[in-house]
Design a protein around this ligand. Sequence first.
Ligand SMILES: Nc1ncnc2c1ncn2[C@@H]1O[C@H](COP(=O)(O)OP(=O)(O)OP(=O)(O)O)[C@@H](O)[C@H]1O
Ligand SMILES: [Mg+2]
Length: 350
Amino acid sequence: MKYIDKIKSLPKKEDPIILAIESSCDETACAILKGGREVLSSEIISSASVHAIYGGVVPEIASRAHTDAIDKVVYKALNKANLTFSDLDAIAVTYGAGLLGALLVGVSYAKALAFSLGIPLIPVSHIRGHLAAAYLSDKELKPPFITLLASGGHTAIIHVLDYDNFEILGSTLDDAVGEAFDKVARVLGLPYPGGPNVEKLAKDGNDIIAMPKMLKGSKGYNFSYSGLKTAVINYAHKCQQKGETFNKADLAKSFQCAAIDILVDKAIDAACEKKVDTITVGGGVGANGYLRESLSKKCADKSIKLVLPQKCMCTDNAAMIGAEGYLRYLKGDFADLDLNAKAQVGIECK
Ligand SMILES: Nc1ncnc2c1ncn2[C@@H]1O[C@H](COP(=O)(O)OP(=O)(O)OP(=O)(O)O)[C@@H](O)[C@H]1O
Ligand SMILES: [Mg+2]
């Protein structure tokens, strides 16, 4: 019998043990979940410190690092969960979006594992994974809700109508918010990864420097970060050209407030307009302390329930891939052995 036919004929388990793999960028991650919402283990081996030397992720270095780390991280996750390969019911894997060479390492490993164990292979979109991280924080969470997606490559307000039904209310017209954090970090002389370092520096800031309004006050849920990023770069360059010193912490704080306030305001507006009582957050910028505090306060003021994933579940990890993989498992969305990595995969794709 062909692999895919055999897989489709297997009975579904109520609380499947799913091993999930994520290798789309510079983190090689493996997690094991029971029943989709209980994380038995979640391990990461990061190559970020190597990329830091170059100021950003170098795709070829990332692929080689994944090749070195994948076996180690899978065994670490199995050991932590006190399980062996024979306990697994399915393998979920990020097949896109991301760096092709990096994705291929995870996809190839997952295929080999699923085939050798005779269990389903579940292809997962990285972005759907970021959205599913919220299910790990609140085991009772169910759509509908509004998600604020704020990551290195995406910025959007999404109305999650059902597990498979999304209405994108607005998104960025140019740079993603995480990308803006990373670029501003470079101008401020901070090391990669930029976001957490900008946040750290902003804590020492006092005075707010005027920043462009971006699309603040405009109708709709689109964002634009290109002007804000350029304003920060111009401010720093003008001071340098005049031989003036400037307060980097103030600039970091001013950028952070401008970048985050608009996200928070539009997420709240969306929940009010759509009459939805819950907001969730997904993506690496969701780990930002100022965003978490500000959104918490504003949600409390409006009696909106806020589901914030743990900080380590906002940035890339495999537990979120397992959470989305479980939803795909329930639907029987399994891949055959010709599954390929894809550089671009949107939210509409599974
Ligand atoms: N504490 C923080 N404050 C602000 N930004 C942060 C923080 N922590 C991480 N980030 C930003 O989050 C981004 C990484 O998040 P994530 O892993 O979700 O993005 P990605 O995987 O590169 O992109 P995508 O998920 O859109 O494909 C980086 O841009 C990083 O600077
Ligand atoms: Mg990501």
